[in-house]
Unconditional design. Structure first.
Length: 304
């Protein structure tokens, strides 16, 4: 699967993709693949984060929109997804995802202290929030979704069979203790078929061997479903902007707004009109771009 295949679903004016440069970052025993578009004189950097069913190639057309506007962009493939090389996939947990991203943010900011905006898509939204809370090194958080796995309603929405998601933590923990390294197709457990309002795009996501077509260990699923994110009542910054697809039939806006409303620090909410979970439709896509441009302006960006 290529970025061009995913870009073909965007409105015509947004289909020209700035090609990324593939780089590798060594973290513990992993070779983490990071797609980049370097702009050394850009006033702001953006790190994009994917969720279950995604990878940097699938979502690069969105990252390219920032790169084409002069931002310095990086997009890591999370372990189990994309082109990141994992020597022992059976032991990967959700906490590994969180810790890897924290270390990457710190390493990036130690090397280059320009303001860093985290953009989290789908499950990546909560990852962006968590990394910002843990590192204190992020200038802004933008999330298409804030699906808190400690919320039974959120788990129910994410799962292919809602009642199983609602009651998942205890049965999964028991199963993981015995079969934690066993890998199962993510599309069996999460409703990847609802990724987009366009059935062809959903089918592409579900069959992508680097994204929705991967198999993940039971232990990873258990660690995600039982994870407790940083309490929003104690989160005082940076600003969190929710850019939720307004017509998302997989994870409805209400679930994300419920978490956003608990955040103690500054927040903002923008509903992307007409967009499904994978936000390709207008006018919502243009609203997303305008919101990202407004955030970039806060950090010195000006349109060329």
């Amino acid at each position: 699967m290529t970025s061009a295949q995913y870009a073909s679903f965007l409105p015509a004016k947004y289909r020209d993709v700035v090609p990324p440069v593939s780089t590798t970052w060594r973290w513990r025993d992993l070779d983490v693949h990071i797609a980049r578009s370097r702009t050394s004189d850009a006033p702001v950097k953006m790190m994009a984060l994917h969720g279950a069913g995604g990878h940097s190639g699938a979502l690069w057309p969105f990252a390219s929109l920032a790169a084409s506007r002069g931002a310095d962009v990086l997009f890591p493939d999370m372990p189990l997804y994309g082109r990141t090389v994992v020597p022992d996939a059976g032991k990967v947990t959700y906490l590994d995802w969180v810790e890897m991203l924290c270390d990457l943010v710190v390493a990036e900011q130690d090397r280059d202290p320009r303001p860093l905006v985290l953009f989290g898509a789908s499950m990546g939204g909560m990852l962006a929030y968590e990394v910002a809370a843990r590192t204190g090194a992020v200038a802004d958080v933008v999330a298409t979704c804030l699906l808190d796995p400690s919320d039974p309603d959120a788990r129910s929405a994410a799962a292919r069979f809602g009642f199983l998601g609602r009651y998942a933590p205890k049965p999964l923990a028991f199963t993981a203790a015995l079969l934690g390294r066993v890998r199962v197709p993510i599309r069996w457990l999460m409703d990847i078929d609802s990724m987009s309002a366009d059935p062809e795009l959903s089918a592409l996501c579900a069959s992508d061997p680097l994204g929705g077509g991967v198999s993940v260990p039971v232990g990873f699923l258990s660690s995600y479903m039982s994870f407790r994110h940083f309490p929003p009542e104690h989160f005082y910054g940076p600003e969190v902007t929710l850019v939720h697809p307004g017509a998302d039939e997989w994870t409805t806006p209400e679930l994300s707004v419920k978490f956003l409303d608990r955040i103690a620090g500054p927040t903002k909410s923008v509903m992307l009109e007409g967009c499904g979970h994978f936000p390709i439709e207008e006018p919502g896509l243009s609203q997303l771009i305008e919101t990202m441009e407004d955030i970039a302006r806060k950090h010195g960006w000006r349109p060329s």
